[in-house]
Design a binder for this molecule. Structure first.
Ligand code: RIB
Ligand code: CA
Length: 314
């Protein structure tokens, strides 16, 4: 039996790599992709998801448009990091049509009553928060909820203490952490260790030119961004780790804790991990702190390089 997932994302360069990993793993069935505002405006994210599915020859996977802006905060995109097209200025051909007959929330309400699904959220949590507000029964039916977001001991990437997905919509993140379901928090503490280096990219190109060239096309902007702003030779690919952790939880380890998201003040978007139980609240999250980087790349490369091939031009 394949494990069914919904990927809620803001594609986004690393979101695209996460989608590729999920679609290329034999034991995973992506029943739908929902788009949320984040790295890029939601309509651009919808277009980018189509481009990735076209590359994967998987336009059978439905994509649903979700929230256009955060619950309360003014929407601030991350196009400075992901390029003006949201996909590393690869400017891939657009894919016509593919409009769905419902929006993301309607899809969640429908599918969660039909199937046992997990949700891998790799963008701001606006869609998930709205699902909680509008259809808590459906939300409660989610099997496992994984969120790429937040940080524990690692510094933020939008402020000294805040990571983008929770900083972009802190109110949504707080609603999700308060909703009674354990959130597997795949934060910067572990994702920062997942660095696609020029050597690894060259290895990908040698082993599978079709995939390697595509990855190079969508990450070249990202490499430049990381060199300029983080003085890093390589790029941090956060989102695929959330998918890899779902596939093989032994890739990461962590601890259960109460987590609260700051929604005001200078530390807005901070994920406050109460690791010493000062607040005496029950745990609502499993916070990842360790990652086996080699194990991640073994899985990532095996799936992408051995299971994705150019389809015969029909
Ligand atoms: O902070 C990194 C996260 O924010 C990643 O999911 C990236 O795609 C952006 O959404
Ligand atoms: Ca993302």
């Amino acid at each position: 039996m394949k494990r069914k997932i919904i990927i809620d994302c803001d594609p986004g360069i690393d979101d695209s790599l996460a989608i590729m990993l999920a679609l290329s793993h034999p034991d995973i069935e992506v029943v739908g992709i929902t788009i949320v505002e984040g790295n890029c405006p939601v309509e651009m994210g919808f277009e980018n998801a189509k481009k990735v599915l076209k590359f994967m020859n998987r336009l059978d996977v439905p994509i649903y448009v979700g929230a256009h802006q955060p619950l309360k905060r003014e929407y601030i995109n991350a196009l400075d990091t992901h390029g003006s097209d949201g996909l590393g200025e690869s400017f891939l051909d657009s894919v016509a049509g593919y409009e769905q007959d419902m929006d993301a929330l309607s899809f969640y309400s429908h599918i969660l009553r039909q199937e046992q699904c997990s949700v891998i959220a790799i963008g701001p949590l606006t869609n998930i928060a709205q699902l909680i507000q509008q259809d808590k029964e459906a939300y409660d039916r989610i099997d496992t909820l994984i969120s790429m977001g937040g940080c524990y001991k690692s510094h933020g990437n939008c402020s000294p203490v805040a990571e983008y997905n929770y900083w972009c919509d802190p109110d949504a993140a707080q609603i999700v952490y308060n909703a009674g379901k354990e959130v597997h928090m795949v934060g910067l503490d572990v994702t920062r260790q997942i660095v696609l280096t020029p050597e690894l990219l060259e290895n990908m190109k040698q082993r599978n030119a079709y995939v390697g060239d595509f990855v190079e096309k969508i990450t070249k902007f990202y490499f430049k961004f990381h060199l300029e702003w983080e003085h890093l030779v390589g790029c941090v690919i956060n989102d695929p780790l959330a998918v890899a952790y779902f596939i093989d939880p032994s890739i990461c380890s962590g601890f259960s804790s109460y987590v609260q998201i700051e929604t005001q003040s200078i530390s807005i978007g901070q994920s406050i991990v109460d690791d010493h139980s000062f607040y005496r609240k029950p745990s609502n999250a499993y916070v990842l702190t360790q990652v086996d980087v080699d194990k991640f790349f073994d899985l990532f490369f095996t799936c992408l390089l051995e299971n994705i091939h150019e389809c015969e031009k029909n």
